[in-house]
Design a protein around this ligand. Structure first.
Ligand code: GLU
Length: 461
């Protein structure tokens, strides 16, 4: 059997950490077995679905590298198929029209509550002989009244649902639109999904879906329900806990490899290992090593993994994203790949790196006041003049410039910082930069001297 999994988000809210993790696990399972992974946008709720949410799903998944096979499928376009299945059930006597009004249903539920029973539809329209003309109706599935339905879950194990607890589910609303449980069964079966991987918040839907598969004579897929993600305080994930649109992590400078690594470890484990490349995850991932309990979102761990992948990434692989975030003209200036190479070790994330890289492309227009006060003194100009003289008379290189600074400072019996720091301030506006030889080497003679001279002019009164 070829594995075929899917991710089936509803574009009614932003794709956040939880949804992205579900997508990742579904994707990893398919990729591990060399199977297929499809994306089905469940946009049947026209009122609440938005183009923006759909875009976040598409962008977020692309960014994380969760590629889907074929074109994304839009569930709304498949309504004809869902309706046909509702009619099939109706024709076979496995579903029926329910004419109960809202008031009638409310009264029924109130009575059940008063009697200490679980409120549920009591099936009163099942055997109804009269068919009120022009009255609004929904279509309900005749779910078995006896026995039990077992969910043999690949993560949670076997879960038993007594059928008496499952009332007759609405499969078509009074406006003629099929409901989620019906549509999802028809689509998963029609698309040949072998493994349904989704959040454990759907577990209660599964026995109903199994009954629908059986009633429609369809093959029941395997199910894997992934426990939810909680905030660090154990409460349900919310915005406060970092549950923002997944694309927001991109804007905050996280690397997709770090987010994928982090998401994989939210619920899945492989010994005590923490760091996994995407290739390793594909090789090692299995649903039977996903834990049964909820995991906690841990910002510090995500940051730690991000810093790790900042160091471990190939500078070439960061060029495109840094270019996008920097958004400056780099024509004829230091090669970005080299700038990244000297900054990635010390950057927690791409925003950090971009801020550190900016001065290579954009000359400072002002100098940090505190740094000027601390580092630019009476003797500074003499040292800088000597440095400029050296640069103008000898062959320029980062290493050579570093040596001139050392020699000049030694001759003056001052520490190297007395010259290196003023140079840094004039080059970068702040007294921090990669090592001075690297910085000067990358900026080049002309630009470095121009900035130093401009600094001297600006600060001299
Ligand atoms: N569309 C459903 C949701 O976004 C998921 C359906 C499923 O995975 O079965 O919650």
């Amino acid at each position: 059997m070829t594995v075929k999994t899917r991710f089936a988000p509803s574009p009614t809210g932003m794709l956040h950490i939880g949804g992205a993790r579900t997508a990742l696990f579904s994707w990893l399972y398919a990729r591990h077995f060399g199977g297929e992974f499809v994306l089905r946008i469940e946009d049947t709720d026209k009122e609440r679905s938005t183009d923006e949410a759909t875009q976040v799903i598409l962008d977020g998944m692309k960014w994380l590298g969760l590629d889907w096979d074929g074109e994304p499928v839009y569930q709304g376009a498949r309504q004809g198929l869902h309706i046909a299945s509702v009619h099939k059930l109706l024709d076979e006597g496995k579903a029926y029209k329910c004419y109960c009004s809202r008031e009638e249903l409310d009264t029924m539920r109130d009575k059940q509550k008063l009697a200490g029973q679980k409120p549920m539809y009591d099936g009163r329209c099942r055997e109804r002989a009269d068919t009120p003309e022009d009255a609004a109706f929904v279509i309900r599935f005749k779910s078995p009244n006896e026995g039990e339905t077992w969910v043999r879950d690949m993560v949670l194990g076997d879960v038993c649902f007594p059928n008496t607890e499952l009332d007759d589910l609405i499969i078509m609303r009074s406006d003629g639109t099929p409901t989620y449980n019906l549509a999802v069964v028809v689509d998963d079966a029609d698309m040949g999904i072998t493994h349904v991987v989704r959040g454990s918040d759907h577990l209660n839907n599964t026995p109903r879906q199994i009954q629908l598969y059986e009633a429609l004579g369809l093959t029941v897929p395997k199910f894997a329900h992934i426990p939810l993600i909680h905030g660090a305080d154990g409460a349900k994930m919310s915005k406060r806990h970092g549950s923002v649109a997944i694309t927001e992590y991109r804007e905050q400078g996280y690397l997709p490899v770090a987010v994928v690594n982090y998401l994989a470890r939210l619920g899945w484990s492989h010994g005590d290992d923490e760091v996994f490349s995407v290739e390793q995850l594909i090789e090692m991932f299995d649903l039977n090593t996903v834990g049964k309990s909820a995991s906690r979102f841990d910002q510090a761990k995500l940051d730690w993994l991000n810093a790790h992948w900042m160091k471990a990434s190939n500078a070439d692989d960061l060029v495109d994203e840094v270019t996008r975030l920097l958004a400056v003209d780099m024509q004829g200036k230091a090669a970005l790949v080299d700038v990244i190479g000297c900054l990635q070790e010390r950057s927690k994330n791409l925003i950090d790196l971009v801020e550190g890289a900016r001065f290579f492309y954009v000359a400072p227009t002002e100098y940090q006041e505190k740094a000027v006060k601390k580092n630019i003194k009476e003797g500074t100009w003499t040292l800088l003049d000597r440095f400029i003289a050296k640069a103008e008379s000898e062959t320029w290189s980062g290493a050579a410039a570093h040596q001139w600074i050392a020699d000049i400072c030694e001759a003056e019996a001052v520490s190297m910082g007395k010259l290196a720091q003023p140079i840094r301030i004039f080059l970068a506006g702040v007294p921090v930069s990669p090592p001075i030889d690297v910085t000067l080497g990358l900026l080049g003679k002309e630009e470095a001297l121009k900035r130093i001279q401009k600094g001297m002019e600006k600060l001299i009164i």
